[in-house]
Design a binder for this molecule. Sequence first.
Ligand SMILES: [Zn+2]
Ligand SMILES: [Zn+2]
Length: 131
Amino acid sequence: MGNSDLLKPILILYVGTIGIGVFLISHFYISVWNIVSEDGHFLVDLPASEELINKLPVIIYEPYLNLWNKSCPICLVEYEAGDSLKNLPGCNHTFHNVCIDEWLKRKWNCPFCWVDIWEEDVDNYLKLTDE
Ligand SMILES: [Zn+2]
Ligand SMILES: [Zn+2]
C-alpha cells in the first residue's frame, strides 16, 4: 500500500513532464514549418531593401490623375496637388512617399491589400513607363 501511494505522484510528475516536452517540441516544429510555405518562400515579414524602396515609381499628385485611391491609406489624409506619392506596381495602390517608406522598412507588402511586392513587378513597371 505505502509503496504504491508513493509511486503515484512520481508517475504523474513523470508523465506530465513528458507531456509538456512533447507539446513544446511539436509546437516548435509546427511554428518552424509555418514559416516556409510549399514553394519555399518565407512567410515571415521581411523588410524591403533600401535599393528596392528607391526603385518604386514616384508620382507627383495632381487632381486630374486617375489614381485608384485619392487619399493615403496609412495616414488617411487626402492627397493634395504636388504631394509626392509612391505607387506599388503589384496592386496599383498609392501612398505618401514618407508613409510608405516607413512601412516598407518593416514589411515588404502593400499595407492596404497585403499583396507582396516583387522585384520583377517593379522592373516590369519601370520598363513599361520608360517606353
Ligand atoms: Zn500618408
Ligand atoms: Zn495594394
